[in-house]
Design a binder for this molecule. Structure first.
Ligand code: F6P
Length: 564
């Protein structure tokens, strides 16, 4: 397929004319919401005993139960109309074809090419990106096998035993989430650490018990210009050279993953030891690119390819399934419904699987860096809510901390529960206990407990208001057989595409992240004001001036007697 990159003006020309708030389906959904607000999930389930069966879909190894949302058939048909009218499928196809749908950066968005099988081709701007992807995958495979097999030796001839990924944001959260998620499949005689925070403690604690002779650093940064990563990478190099007493040791102990060969070379890493990716891969969509090098070393190339196949299977489903059967479309539309129409500001993601304990952190970047936007693709201020806040914790820990608010608080939190039929570590009856909690929590949220039920159970009258559970709190349940590399790929792709769908509905650019720039620029101006010994004339607002002055005085005098 040969694709002419479309001009920004062509892409930014809203396919969403009329604007979202004037879309007939949006207006109809608003009216429908007014009816639905007086309904209760208890009634909806009573009216239709088959509801739990009708409102579930199965695809790509996932069972998706969305019956405990405040929806009816009418809601779903309005969702479908909205998707049609906003040309969501055409926008999806434009992404898959490599059009420059990241309008503000004028870039293609092609994480889906990272998991296309080798026999595919996709020409973008005159280059077959699938061939590029597989070339790098093959280099990664060779390298991963060398490290795993002990052929890649450190400077003193010892095999590598420790792998430290240094990166931040998408260059950290994907690798650490995937390593934790797939630890069961990992090579246990290798140690993996992940350093992201510029707080020195992160680095110091990560390497304190490691033998430099056996340690490999993977410096992961799309731009190779991120201050936190370069600061940590520089400390890593100092640490290594200090321990091995030789500058040339860097060659065997440092590899880079980046799009920027020049900066990699300037840092002192041989570009022969650089694994490439491309500007059409967003940082938060990069865990299956070379950014996943640590993942491949941990789980082995075969499992890594399985993970890619899982991603790809969900891509194909997203691309071809009709709206009514399309998991990412449904998940995306339900998120819009809960956020924009029912007014629920957050989404809780609760994996009932210990290996997925970093999934909520990963999804926070994926969802909020993608859809936390306040203007449309053509730059107008949106007049509706965009990206909800995503957060979460693995079950059942959350139940014993914040679930109280989820059940009885004044804010409604729609929850995505994620669970598996089989544990990777079966032990006595742990797994059935774990899973009974997903089913029970989703049930309690939806149906609650009425005053009558409490009284019939003999509750003390004074406690009835306190024990009342109003219910009517929505949740999705995503179930699968067991966590595997393939399943992880499908699950992540499900959320990626759901984020895409939400972004199309809101007519925002889900693939830029300008909002993180200002803080970075201000920090750069403040750094010399904190590090300089000379008195510095501060020209910030009075609060920032006072904070910096007090910080300096605490740092210099050990007490806070700054003159301000
Ligand atoms: O600050 C946000 C961000 O640009 C993310 O989008 C990205 O994942 C992260 O920083 C790291 O960027 P890089 O991989 O270029 O170091």
């Amino acid at each position: 397929m040969n694709v002419r990159p479309r001009l920004i003006e062509e892409i930014a020309t809203p396919m969403t004319t009329p604007p979202l708030l004037e879309q007939p389906a949006w207006i109809a959904l608003a009216a429908h919401r007014d009816n639905m607000k007086s309904r209760h999930l208890r009634e909806l389930f009573d009216e239709d005993p088959t509801r739990g069966l009708r409102y579930h879909r199965r695809a790509v190894g996932l069972y998706f139960d969305f019956s405990k949302n405040l929806i009816t058939d009418e809601t779903l048909s309005l969702f479908a109309q909205l998707v049609r009218d906003l040309k969501v499928e055409q926008r999806r196809d434009a992404m898959f074809a490599g059009e420059h749908i990241n309008v503000s950066e004028d870039r293609a968005v092609l994480h889906v090419a990272l998991r296309m099988p080798k026999d595919r081709t996709l020409d973008v701007d005159g280059v077959d990106v699938v061939a590029q992807v597989h070339h790098v995958l093959e280099r990664m495979t060779t390298f991963a096998n060398q490290v795993r097999g002990g052929q890649w030796r450190g400077h003193t001839g010892k095999p590598i035993k420790n792998v430290v990924n240094v990166g931040i944001g998408g260059s950290d959260l994907g690798p650490v989430m995937a390593y934790e998620a797939l630890r069961h499949f990992s090579m246990r005689d290798l140690t993996f650490r992940f350093v992201s925070n510029v707080d020195a403690t992160d680095f110091v604690e990560a390497v304190r018990d490691l033998d430099a002779e056996e340690t490999l650093f993977i410096i992961s940064s799309k731009t190779f210009g991120t201050l936190e990563t370069l600061t940590n990478a520089t400390s890593a190099r100092h640490w290594l050279v200090e321990h091995l007493g030789d500058d040339t040791a860097v060659a065997q102990h440092f590899v880079a993953v980046s799009t920027n060969a020049e900066k990699v070379a300037a840092f002192g890493i041989d570009v022969a030891n650089m694994f490439e990716f491309w500007d059409w891969v967003g940082g938060r969509y990069s865990m299956e690119s070379a950014i996943g090098l640590s993942t491949m070393i941990a789980i082995g190339p075969e499992n890594f390819y399985e993970m890619l196949a899982g991603f790809h299977a969900m891509d194909e489903h997203f691309k071809s399934a009709p709206f009514e059967e399309n998991l990412p479309m449904l998940l995306g539309l339900l998120a819009v419904w809960n956020h924009d129409f029912l007014g629920f500001p957050t989404v809780g993601v609760m994996p009932y699987e210990q290996y997925l304990h970093r999934l909520p952190a990963y999804l926070q970047q994926l969802t909020m860096e993608s859809n936390g936007k306040h203007v449309t693709r053509s730059g107008e201020r949106v007049a509706y809510e965009t990206g909800p806040i995503y957060w979460g914790e693995p079950g059942t820990n959350g139940q014993h901390s914040f679930y109280q608010l989820i059940h009885q608080g004044t804010t409604t939190v729609p929850v995505d529960f994620i669970g598996f039929a089989n544990s990777l570590n079966p032990l006595d009856d742990h797994h059935d206990i774990l899973m009974s909690n997903i089913f029970a929590q989703a049930q309690a949220l939806a149906f609650g407990k009425t005053e009558e039920e409490l009284r019939s159970e003999g509750a003390d009258e004074r406690t009835v208001p306190h024990r009342l559970m109003e219910g009517n709190r929505p949740s999705n349940v995503i179930l699968a057989t067991e966590l595997s590399p393939r399943l992880l790929g499908s699950l992540i792709a499900l959320y990626e595409h759901s984020v895409f769908v939400q972004g199309v509905i809101w007519d925002i650019d889900s693939f830029d992240q300008w909002g993180v720039e200002l803080g970075k620029q201000l920090a750069v101006t403040i750094i010399p004001e904190l590090t300089s010994d000379a008195p510095t004339k501060l020209a910030h607002d009075s609060s920032t001036n006072a904070l910096i002055t007090y910080y300096r005085s605490l740092k210099e005098n050990g007490r806070g007697d700054g003159d301000f």
